[in-house]
Design a binder for this molecule. Structure first.
Ligand code: XIL
Length: 475
């Protein structure tokens, strides 16, 4: 654990220069650790995870790093980062022998400035290959050279700085046989062992992983992977860990998730949840988001319960940047922050599973301890065929974009609204900020209003801010 001072010294000593936005992007950008504020509760994911010796990671999208809100959350909440794309073959060696280090170097500097581990992703994969490699007509000797050169060049550049690497990615078919990739076609099944040997030679300090998806429960695919890892270890091939991507679907978290991690751990390898997201059919709603929160928590709990599980990485943190909607049409909302970078119930699910305190940290001005927000829902005017409602929400933490939700009695519809973009779906109303009131300081109050088609008498509903219920206030 580094203190703020020591981290500052690291940044200066290594001459790392980040863009102003990345380093000084508002209050959120400052990295925090438990030893900075001894009295604070475990209020960030990385603080909470560190108490169990686990890392909590995120995939980082290179093109988002210049955004202060994005980089601020990435720095504050996560102790490990994985390049979402910029360490893949097509990005790093787009032409044969010509390497592109700009993106990877940016991530390394970001990680160093924020006292984060880096998880390397990925060296040998059938997907996101550059054209020259995918379409080239190479014999086994040349293909083997190409593979070894890529591994030694990429791992060599970051030797000693990347402590885990996905050496081989997605090598399996769903039935547990090896995927018929170009690697298998040209090199035969030994390509896997050879890749691991080349990786060990390139950086003896890095832990070497094989990573895959749909291997999260005990099934044919994960058993194929299990048998391979067992055999490779028996043959003395240097493989140290197994990554479970865990691109999960809401309500389909395998019941044997933890048992599956444990059977790999029992082979003596480290296990990591490498690309966690939990997608759902859109639109999302409060019930789905609550179940999602519980399922994120179960994944974290599984890692906590398996001592050889070293950490959990989410595949991005905000729904705004997730690969899910573009890959699985009609699905989304798979990550712990919403499109406006506000934490969803899933954030609290992860935090509390790690033993953190959702209401922790600096209470600041505004609502008292324990409450993230207080809400005043006032029917300002009421007549036979209409009512006017004024809503004020005071938030403990600063907001950069917000969504306030509540329900109306069945049959009651919003007919007009102000100082908000408002949508109604059945009885559920979602009121989002407009441009001029997106930013609310810590302890500040947001305010909007609306008119409905009914003057029915009713009591104030529960009002939620960004998925968390607020304490009711009067006046
Ligand atoms: C995805 C990225 O998130 C996308 O931006 C990209 O277009 C495609 O790849 N398994 C993996 C990851 O190992 O590298 C993939 O990432 C998601 C599936």
């Amino acid at each position: 654990m580094f203190s703020q001072l020591r981290r500052a010294a690291v940044v200066v000593a290594t001459g790392v220069l980040l863009s102003g936005a990345a380093l000084h992007g508002g209050a959120q950008a400052a990295p925090t650790t438990t030893d900075e504020a001894p009295s604070a509760q475990l209020a960030t994911l990385r603080e909470a995870a560190s108490t169990s010796g686990k890392f909590i990671g995120t995939a980082v999208a290179d093109h988002r790093l210049s955004d202060a809100t994005y980089s601020g959350i990435a720095a504050r909440e996560f102790s490990s980062v994985t390049a979402e794309n910029v360490m893949k073959w097509e990005s790093i060696q787009p032409q044969r022998g010509s390497f592109n280090w700009a993106g990877p170097d940016r991530l390394m500097q970001f990680a160093q400035a924020n006292d984060q581990q880096v998880y390397g992703h990925t060296l040998v994969w059938h997907s996101q290959m550059p054209g020259w490699l995918a379409n080239g007509n190479f014999g086994a000797t040349e293909m083997n050279q190409i593979m070894n050169t890529h591994i030694s060049t990429v791992m060599g550049r970051y030797q000693g700085q990347i402590n885990r690497w996905d050496v081989v990615n997605e090598a399996f078919n769903e039935d547990g046989t090896l995927r018929n990739s170009k690697w298998l076609q040209v090199l035969g099944r030994d390509y896997i062992a050879n890749a691991f040997r080349a990786a060990r030679a390139a950086d003896p300090d890095a832990k070497l992983f094989i990573n895959d998806y749909n291997t999260d429960g005990i099934n044919a695919k994960s058993t194929g992977l299990y048998n391979l890892v067992r055999d490779l270890r028996a043959q003395g091939v240097p493989i140290d860990g197994v990554g479970f991507q865990s691109h999960l679907i809401l309500d389909q978290l395998p019941s044997d998730y933890q048992a599956n991690l444990q059977r790999f751990a029992d082979l003596g390898v480290e296990v990591v949840v490498t690309e966690l997201d939990i997608r759902m059919q859109m639109p999302s709603d409060a019930a789905k988001l609550e179940r999602q929160s519980q399922q994120f928590a179960r994944v974290v709990q599984a890692c906590l319960n398996v001592s050889r599980c070293s950490g959990v990485t989410v595949w991005g943190f905000s729904d705004r940047d997730s690969w899910v909607p573009g890959t699985f049409p009609g699905e989304g909302a798979a990550l712990p922050y919403d499109d406006n970078y506000q934490p969803k119930p899933a954030y609290n699910g992860i935090l509390t599973a790690f033993g953190g305190d959702p209401g922790g940290g600096d209470p600041g001005p505004g609502p008292g301890p324990g409450a993230d927000c207080t809400a005043a829902y006032q029917v300002a005017n009421r007549w036979n065929a209409g009512s006017v409602v004024d809503v004020r929400v005071t938030a403990r933490q600063a907001l950069n974009g917000w969504a306030v939700t509540f329900t109306l009695p069945a049959g009651e519809s919003v007919t007009s609204h102000w100082n908000t973009q408002l949508t109604q779906s059945g009885t559920t109303v979602t009121a989002r900020n407009v441009a001029h009131n997106a930013t609310i300081p810590a302890g500040g109050t947001l305010n909007f209003g609306f008119q409905t088609n009914s003057g029915a008498v009713y009591s104030a509903p529960v009002v939620s801010l960004n998925g968390t219920a607020c304490t009711a206030a009067t006046g």
